[in-house]
Design a protein around this ligand. Structure first.
Ligand SMILES: *Cc1c(COP(=O)(O)O)cnc(C)c1O
Length: 300
């Protein structure tokens, strides 16, 4: 399977020019940053593997991407979650529905694991009985993510050389920070990110877990207001709608609103006019469940 070189487009947003890396267009069934992060598993042979094991939220973008990967590799997928909300079980949509459709087994273990961490529980109580399985930590936070993200970095580098952009800045929102860190490690441009899951301090810790070398760490942008992951904010919905109206492009609803708010905030505060490349990291299937929540909460 060929994961193609995604286009870089020019967009205007709030009277400013941005370049946009369209990683949402990578491949219909395997796109965005999860496809970059899981590329290693696609590209290598694992003769003794028949199953993929992972965990996270039953609505996570990673759940769908793991299910797509498993399907491509002809593996089964056991995806552990704490619990599956009743409404979702009865009305499957978005990442959850698509993952089920790809044959994923989604297994709730809140009771079994009790106060143990997901990772500890899986490593101690599941993996010893699974000798043909690969276990990938949450969201693909591991060194296996680097080869795929490095390909993304090289695409950006070649493009920037052609365009003769030497003072480029890169921006993308972070969950685990894996994509942003491996980009910074493999690019000569400053990479800016923001912490969508947890605090900036937590994101910095995640960076340290992936690399002790601080020159690999992206610059963390912050906003005045504190936002909690997965919660609905009028500012988020507004900027998502503005992006759609002004650029014609649909962005993701969990990460991109904070990504854009932090970036605009930074550019304004620093009166920075240098060229910026924003990375669209896909995940649009998740909007199927997020958008109705927003529409119910903030009817126009
Ligand atoms: C998973 C995801 C992220 C976070 O990626 P990390 O590598 O964990 O920082 C950001 N945006 C989208 C759309 C995602 O699906």
């Amino acid at each position: 399977m060929q994961l193609s070189n995604t286009p870089i487009e020019s967009i205007q947003f709030k009277n400013r020019h941005f370049f946009l890396k369209r990683d949402d267009l990578l491949h219909p069934e395997f796109s965005g940053n999860k496809a970059r992060k899981f590329y290693y598993f696609l590209d290598n042979d694992f003769p003794n593997t028949t199953k993929l094991i992972a965990y996270g939220s039953p609505q996570a973008n990673s759940l769908y991407s793991f299910s797509a990967l498993a399907k491509l590799k002809k593996w089964s997928l056991d995806f552990y979650v704490d619990h599956i909300p009743n409404y979702l079980k009865h009305h499957p949509i978005g990442n959850y529905a698509a993952a089920l459709n790809n044959g994923a087994q989604i297994i709730p273990i809140a009771k079994e694991r009790n106060s143990m961490s997901m990772t500890d529980y899986i490593e101690q109580y599941i993996m010893p009985y699974e000798n043909q399985a690969i276990f990938v930590p949450e969201g693909g936070r591991c060194q296996y993510a680097e080869p795929g993200v490095k390909i993304l970095a090289n695409e950006i580098l070649h493009w920037a050389e052609k365009q003769q952009l030497s003072d480029l800045k890169i921006c993308l929102p972070s969950g685990t920070g894996t994509t942003a860190l491996y980009l910074q490690k493999n690019l000569p441009f400053p990479v800016f990110s923001c912490a969508c899951v947890g605090s900036s301090v937590y994101l910095k810790q995640q960076f340290f877990e992936l690399s002790k070398n601080e020159s690999h760490h992206p610059i963390i942008l912050s906003t005045d207001k504190k936002y909690h992951f997965g919660k609905l904010y009028p500012q988020f919905y507004r900027i998502w709608q503005e992006l759609k109206r002004e650029t014609g492009i649909e962005f993701e609803l969990l990460y991109d609103p904070l990504g854009w708010l932090s970036l605009l905030n930074y550019l304004e505060q620093h009166q920075d006019t240098s060229p910026v490349l924003y990375i669209h990291q896909g995940g649009l299937l998740g909007n199927q469940s997020m958008l109705p929540r927003y529409q119910r909460k903030f009817p126009d």
